[in-house]
Design a protein around this ligand. Sequence first.
Ligand code: XMP
Length: 319
Amino acid sequence: GWTMASFVEAEVKALREKLGDDHVVCALSGGVDSTVVAVLLHKAIGKRLHCIFVDNGVLRHNEGDEVVTYLREHFDLNLKYVQAQDLFLDRLAGVEDPEQKRKIIGYGFIEVFEKEAKAIPGVKWLAQGTLYPDVIESVSFKGGPSVVIKSHHNVGGLPEKMDLKLVEPLRELFKDEVRKVAYELGLPESIIWRHPFPGPGLAIRIIGDITRERLEILRRADKIVQAELKASDWYRKVWQGFAVLLPLKTVGVMGDDRTYENVCALRIVDSLDAMTADWSRVPTDILARISNRIINEVKGINRVVLDISSKPPATIEWE
Ligand code: XMP
């Protein structure tokens, strides 16, 4: 029968045949998809795979670091960690429009990635973690609505621009199958079960202007959400769970003092493929713990609210 062990074996063989002695460049995002792509390709072509991880300044706490550390410790692969925080944050300063944020991050990524990839001699291929639902979505979009809800161009346009051929080892798999492949490859659970994280990162979870200070506030709140979901084993049950920082201050009381601070929204959803979603019925004691910890531990937030909207008509992210 069809098992993930036979998928790995067949895919590694197919990649070897397809790529021959060619060099391949791969953008690591920190997520399970690109990590599985990197490990599969490493098995197939070893050091002819070149991984690039770009820190765009809007990653959450530990996003990426864990994956980069894991790959470096377990595989002898080429991996470059590019620190590009300032480039992105300078360009994002003062930008409030969500699509503008996406464009700045999308194009900035292409710029940084292209520069790094061009410094590697003889690269012919770009590896991407495209999944089957992405293939379907882009096909159905042709006959579908012409309205762009959110432009997801993470590496869009890059292959043509750089004259690279695309290699997409996961394009026949669904997310749950990628996780099975990840198990088969021996990846740690913390990577296998990592929630999807959008390319534009925290930039679209800070509503309004993005400052380094607001990024730090959101990172600290989000870290608590992640920790409490993991501690309660709800992390795996939900599709995504995260904090959103609102451009709104409200009055609170701390001890004998009046506070006037930011509001943080919790967004925790169930979904199969992100096309539709519903808010997760997380037990109230867990919600209470998350709320108490954020308000007590994160300076700059004095109120936490829960998002109980389904998609549609809302979307998962707020921007
Ligand atoms: P929405 O907000 O459209 O999100 O319901 C659906 C899924 O996509 C993720 N998302 C993105 N991922 N680039 C990405 O790579 C993006 O610009 C982007 N916008 C949303 C979101 O986290 C959810 O999993």
